[in-house]
Design a protein around this ligand. Structure first.
Ligand code: G3I
Ligand code: 9MR
Ligand code: ZN
Length: 594
C-alpha cells in the first residue's frame, strides 16, 4: 500500500477506530511499533519520561499484543521487583489506530494514582523505565530548557558546567554590501539561532516575544528561576532576575541591528554556514545582512522588533527604567519605519546562503506591533492601527497556533490580555474564538494514540514547536476561561515531546530516561563530550524532510519521519524559537501546582 493510501486509510480508520474498538480483522497491518530510528534501543512504553503531576492525566501508550494479557500494574520503584506489590491494577484500553504513526496501540490509564513517588508500569510481561509522580517534576525540565538559551549565547564565554563551555565567539562584524553600509561593526551578543551560529531578527522576534509573555503570565514560576548565569550587575549595571537577564542578552543584540532611521536589518551571519566547529573557531566574517537594495532594512524584521521591544518595555520597567525606556523608544522608531515601509520583504541576497526566514507578508508583524504598543502605552494611534488590522483579518479566521511566519494570534491575544480598557466586545470575540480553537485541539487529541493535539499536516520542519505552540494556545484559552480539558491537552503535548511518541524518545536533550542524542547542533557535535548540550528540543518529525540524511528514510507515516542523526537538520536540529514555546509550556505546567 503506497504512502498516500496508508495515510488515507490510516486517517479514515483512525476516526473509526478511535471511537470504537478496532477488531483484529479490520485492524491495519502496520509496521512494528516503537522501533526507534538512529540506534535508540526499542522501547515498549511510550510515556512522559519526566513524569506526571499528581492530579494530572497519566496515560502510557503501548503496542497492541496479539492475545496478550490486557492487565497492567503500576509498581513502586523503591521495592525489589519480585516483592513489589502493585499500587494500581488496571486494564489496557481496546486497540486504536494512531493515524500519525500508523501504530495500532493500547492505552494504560493510571490517572487515578496521585501519590507522589517513583514507579514503573508493568504490562505485557515487560516493565517500563522508572518515572516520577510529583509536584516538582517539571522544574528541572524548565530550568534546563531555559538555561539552554545561555548555552546559545554569542559574543561571550559560555560555561554551562560539566564541560559544556566555549570561549567568546563572533566578537566582531562588518556591514555586508546588502546592508547598504560599509565598514566594520562593533557589536556582539545575541543567541546563536539554532544548530548554526547565525543570529536572525525575525526568529528572535517570536522567540523573545514568547519568552517575555511567559514572564508576564507566570511570574510566580519565573521570577525566582535560578539559571546560574554570569552576574547581571556586571553585564548590565543592574541586578535582574536570571530569566530577564538571559532574554536581555538577545534583546541588546536585536537593538544593535536597528538603523538610525528606525529600520532593522534582517540578520547577522556569515555568508555561508560554517563547518561543524566550535563557535570560537568560526572565523568567517559575521555580516549584518540586508535586502540588497534601498531601504536595505525590511518590514517584517522591523515590525517584529517593534513588537518585542514594546513587550520588553513592560517587563523591564520594574528593574531597569532606563532600559525599559530605551526599548520603548526603539519600538516606536521601528513602528514608524514599518508603517512608512509596509511592504519591504527579505530574501537572501546573492552570495548569502544562511537561514532566510523569508516572509512575503508583514501585515501580521505590523498588526502584532500595533497591539503590543497599545498594550504598553495606551496610545490611541496604536489601537486604531490594531482595529484596522482586525478589519483586514477577523479573529475568527486568524486565531490558531503562532509561529515565526505567522504572528497575528499574538496581536489578538495581547489585546485581550491587556489590562486596559479597549473594545470589550472585541476582547470577548477574541476570547470566544480562542476557546473554540482550543476545543478543536481537545477534540482532535481524542483521536491520537499518543495523546498529542497535532493534525497530520502539522508534521513539518520544527513540528515539535507546532505541538508546543498549540499548547501555548491551549494555556492562553485556559487563562481567559479556566478549562481543565484545555490544560490536559496542553500537558498532553509535553507528554508527547518527553516520551509519549512512536519512538518512546524524549525530544529534549538530557531530559528523561531515553533522550535523543544527536541533534544538528554544532557545539554538541564539535565538542569532546558525547552527550549533547542539555535542554535543547529537537525539531521533531517532518513529513517532507529537506536534507540528504533524512531523505534516506523510507516514506513513512508523518510521526515516523524522524531520525536521531546530527546530519538531519530538517528534522533533528534545535532552535531558539522551538525552545521558547517549550519554556512557556513548562512554566504553565509548573503553574498548575504553584
Ligand atoms: O507552512 C507550510 C505548510 O503549509 C506546508 O504544508 C508544509 C509542507 O512541508 O511546509 C510549511 O512550510 C515550511 C516551514 O518551514 C514551516 O515552518 C517550509 O516547507 C519549510 O521549508 C520551512 O523550513 C524552515 C527552514 O529554516 C528552512 O527554511 C523552518 O521553518 C525554519 O525553522 C528553519 O530555520 C532554520 C534557519 O533558517 C537557520 N537556523 C536553523 C533554523 C532551524 O532549522
Ligand atoms: O547547519 C545548517 C542549519 O542550521 C540549517 O537549518 C540548514 C538549512 O538551512 O542548513 C544547515 O547547513 C547545511 C547546509 O544547508 C548544506 N551543507 C551542509 C550544512 C550543514 O549541515
Ligand atoms: Zn557566536
Amino acid at each position: 500500500m503506497n504512502r498516500r493510501a496508508v495515510l488515507k486509510f490510516a486517517s479514515l480508520s483512525a476516526v473509526a477506530a478511535a471511537f470504537d474498538k478496532v477488531s483484529e480483522k479490520d485492524a491495519f497491518a502496520c509496521p512494528s511499533s516503537f522501533s526507534a530510528q538512529g540506534g535508540a534501543s526499542p522501547r515498549l512504553f511510550a510515556l512522559n519520561q519526566a513524569g506526571y503531576l499528581p492530579g494530572a492525566e497519566k496515560v502510557a501508550t503501548l503496542p497492541v499484543q496479539h492475545g496478550g494479557d490486557s492487565s497492567f500494574q503500576i509498581v513502586p520503584e523503591n521495592m525489589p521487583a519480585q516483592v513489589a506489590s502493585p499500587v494500581l491494577n488496571g486494564t489496557l484500553s481496546a486497540p486504536i489506530l494512531d493515524a500519525a504513526s500508523s501504530d495500532r496501540v493500547v492505552r494504560a490509564d493510571f490517572s487515578r494514582l496521585t501519590t507522589p513517588g517513583i514507579y514503573r508500569l508493568v504490562a505485557q510481561g515487560q516493565r517500563s523505565d522508572p518515572f516520577s509522580i510529583g509536584k516538582d517534576i517539571y522544574r528541572e525540565p524548565l530550568r534546563l530548557s531555559m538555561r539552554a538559551f545561555y548555552g546559545q549565547r554569542c559574543g561571550c564565554a559560555v560555561d554551562l558546567g560539566g564541560g559544556y563551555s566555549h570561549p567568546a565567539c563572533h566578537l566582531s562584524g562588518a556591514y555586508h554590501p546588502s546592508s547598504g553600509r560599509k565598514g566594520t561593526v562593533v557589536n556582539h551578543g545575541g543567541w546563536h539561532d539554532a544548530g548554526d551560529y547565525g543570529r536572525y531578527i525575525v526568529n528572535s522576534g517570536i522567540t523573545c516575544g514568547t519568552l517575555l509573555w511567559a514572564w508576564e503570565l507566570y511570574p510566580q514560576i519565573l521570577r525566582n528561576l535560578s539559571l546560574d548565569l554570569p552576574n547581571s550587575v556586571k553585564q548590565y549595571g543592574v541586578k535582574l532576575p536570571d530569566y530577564l537577564a538571559e532574554v536581555r542578552w538577545n534583546l541588546e543584540w536585536m537593538l544593535s541591528l536597528q538603523d538610525d532611521d528606525g529600520g532593522v536589518w534582517h540578520k547577522q551571519t556569515s555568508e555561508q554556514f560554517c563547518a561543524f566547529i566550535m563557535p570560537e573557531r568560526d572565523d568567517l566574517t559575521s555580516y549584518i545582512i540586508g535586502t540588497g537594495a534601498s531601504p536595505y532594512k525590511n518590514t517584517c524584521a522591523t515590525a517584529d522588533l517593534a513588537a518585542v521591544m514594546a513587550i520588553a518595555a513592560r517587563c523591564y520597567s520594574e528593574y531597569d527604567a532606563s532600559f525599559s525606556a530605551r526599548c520603548l523608544a526603539a519600538s516606536k522608531r521601528a513602528w514608524s519605519w514599518a508603517v512608512a515601509n509596509p511592504d519591504v520583504t527579505f530574501t537572501n541576497p546573492p552570495g548569502v546562503g544562511t537561514g532566510e526566514y523569508g516572509d512575503e507578508h508583514c501585515h501580521d508583524e505590523i498588526f502584532w506591533a500595533s497591539a503590543e504598543l497599545w498594550r504598553t502605552t495606551g496610545e490611541r494611534q496604536y489601537e486604531l492601527a490594531f482595529l484596522d488590522g482586525v478589519a483586514a483579518q477577523a479573529p475568527e479566521s486568524a486565531i490558531k497556533a503562532p509561529y515565526w511566519v505567522y504572528v497575528a494570534p499574538m496581536a489578538y491575544w495581547t489585546y485581550a490580555l491587556a489590562d486596559r480598557k479597549g473594545s470589550e466586545p472585541l476582547k470577548e470575540r477574541i476570547r470566544k474564538q480562542t476557546a473554540k480553537a482550543a476545543q478543536e485541539l481537545v477534540e482532535r487529541r481524542k483521536l491520537s494514540g499518543y495523546g498529542n493535539t497535532m493534525a497530520l499536516t502539522d508534521y513539518i520542519w520544527g513540528s515539535n514547536s507546532v505541538a508546543a505552540n498549540q499548547s501555548l494556545l491551549l494555556l492562553i484559552a485556559d487563562h481567559f476561561q479556566h478549562e481543565p480539558a484545555a490544560v490536559e491537552a496542553a500537558l498532553g503535548n509535553v507528554h508527547y515531546v518527553l516520551g509519549r511518541n512512536c519512538f518512546a524518545v524524549s525530544w529534549v536533550t538530557q531530559v528523561g530516561t531515553n533522550p535523543f542524542q544527536h541533534p544538528h547542533h554544532r557545539p554538541s557535535a564539535a565538542d569532546d563530550i558525547t552527550a549533547p548540550w542539555p535542554g535543547l528540543m529537537s525539531g521533531g518529525p517532518n513529513a517532507r524532510p529537506g536534507d540528504e540524511a533524512a531523505k534516506t528514510l523510507p516514506t513513512l507515516p508523518p510521526m515516523r519521519m524522524w531520525m536521531d542523526d546530527q546530519r538531519a537538520y530538517s528534522l533533528n536540529e534545535v532552535a531558539i524559537n522551538w525552545n521558547a514555546p517549550l519554556v512557556f509550556l513548562l512554566a504553565g505546567a509548573n503553574a498548575q501546582v504553584s
